[in-house]
Design a protein around this ligand. Structure first.
Ligand SMILES: *Cc1c(COP(=O)(O)O)cnc(C)c1O
Length: 375
């Protein structure tokens, strides 16, 4: 099935739901056993911390989009990421992770898991040899995020998957940037894919969720272990909202991509802009690898203003259409002071992140123009 057809129709059976073209929200905690009089129940639903039919529709679509055997829904992206990491490690494991990984993932690996003797080596990640050199006998997991946060570093997924397979080490990737439409890491040999649905998959800044996709062998035990025991399961109402958002993902992402390319080219040509980070531009350090591995880009980009910290803050304060906020992936344009007022591992100072939303392109560029003029 093609991506658009999976998104619209896979797993939705109107004939099971009185012909309803939109599947119902099974807003229930439990499913009672069929009796002789109502015994038409075909599937084994037990309790919504274990499984739920509405959430399962989203899981089936996400598994098909990523070309994986199985998907599991979680309460947030971080719930999926932390559960996925936990299933791949044990006490005193060693993990290799990219240094520009999403902040809370960095915190989970560097600080939280240190309590259990888990040690993480952070690498830049664009050179597979750097990862091979970081391997130890106790390495259990290579954790990737490609493109990564803030400056969008890219890792060679095929090469790293091969290194890991030879060493008997699991690989996991946060594939949120690319969405399942533009990169399918399982096909390239990665073991486990994580997404937050709170960004483009939901796409409307009104629902949180996370999904893991991988083999049946890896995910089936998680239903009763990490997902049921930590309990951060996706709620059916949340799943329904995310299903609604997902229906328009292919069209939204094209709009974000077109607007972001126009904004990136505008910024790159501007004399007050020192550097633009957008992996679809040839000026990005990982452009060639990104072009080889991905089939599209999104609305996230970063820039460094040629000026003092005060001028960088001034630019942020002057923006009106770009609202100040940390998230991304919704319809709205946002600006975040990534490393203007603080430091982040692997990210140069002065980086300002923009999420380019679905507003009119000229409106967005005019907003940047007036803010740059004030600097
Ligand atoms: C936002 C984000 C997450 C976390 O998702 P939540 O749903 O907020 O928990 C994970 N990875 C990346 C790359 C993100 O941007």
């Amino acid at each position: 099935m093609k991506q658009e057809d999976i998104i619209l129709h896979l797993g939705e059976s109107p004939d099971r739901y009185l012909g309803s073209v939109v599947p119902p929200i099974f807003q229930t905690t439990l499913f009672v056993k069929p009796t002789e009089t109502n015994g038409i129940q075909e599937e084994e639903y037990v309790y919504s911390r274990i499984n739920n039919p509405t959430t399962e529709i989203l899981e089936k679509k996400m598994a098909a989009l990523e070309q994986g055997e199985r998907a599991l829904g979680f309460a947030s992206g971080m719930a999926a990421i932390s559960a996925g990491i936990m299933t791949c490690i044990k006490k005193d494991s060693h993990v290799i992770c990219v240094d520009t990984v999403y902040g809370p993932t960095h915190n989970f690996l560097a600080n939280y898991l240190a309590k259990f003797g888990v040690e993480t080596t952070f690498v830049v990640g664009n050179d597979p040899k750097e990862i091979a050199d970081a391997l130890r006998p106790e390495t259990s997991l290579i954790y990737l995020e490609s493109p990564s946060s803030h400056i969008f570093r890219v890792q060679d997924l095929t090469a790293i998957a091969e290194i890991a397979r030879k060493a008997g080490v699991k690989t996991m990737i946060d594939n949120t940037y690319a969405t399942p439409l533009f990169q399918n890491p399982l096909v390239l040999g990665i073991d486990l894919v994580a997404h937050t649905a709170s960004k483009y998959i939901g796409g409307h800044s009104d629902a949180m969720g996370g999904v893991l996709i991988g083999s049946e062998a890896l995910l089936e035990p998680m239903v009763e272990e990490e997902r049921a025991l930590f309990g951060a399961v996706m709620d059916p109402h949340q799943a329904w909202l995310i299903l609604r958002g997902l229906r328009t993902l292919p069209y939204r992402i094209k709009g974000h991509q077109d607007n972001a390319m126009a904004v990136a080219q505008y910024l790159e040509a501007h004399p007050k802009v020192k550097q633009v980070f957008y992996p679809a531009l040839p000026s990005h350090p990982d452009y060639e690898l990104a072009a080889k591995q991905m089939t599209g880009f999104n609305g996230l980009l970063s820039l460094i203003i040629d000026g003092t910290k005060e001028q960088q803050n001034q630019f942020i304060q002057q923006l009106r259409v770009f609202q100040h906020g940390v998230s991304w992936g919704g319809f709205e344009s946002l600006v975040a002071d990534a490393t203007v007022n603080k430091d982040l591992p692997g990210v140069p100072s002065g980086v300002i992140r923009l999420h380019v939303g679905l507003e009119n392109q000229e409106t967005l560029i005019a907003d940047l123009e007036q803010a740059l003029m004030q600097v």
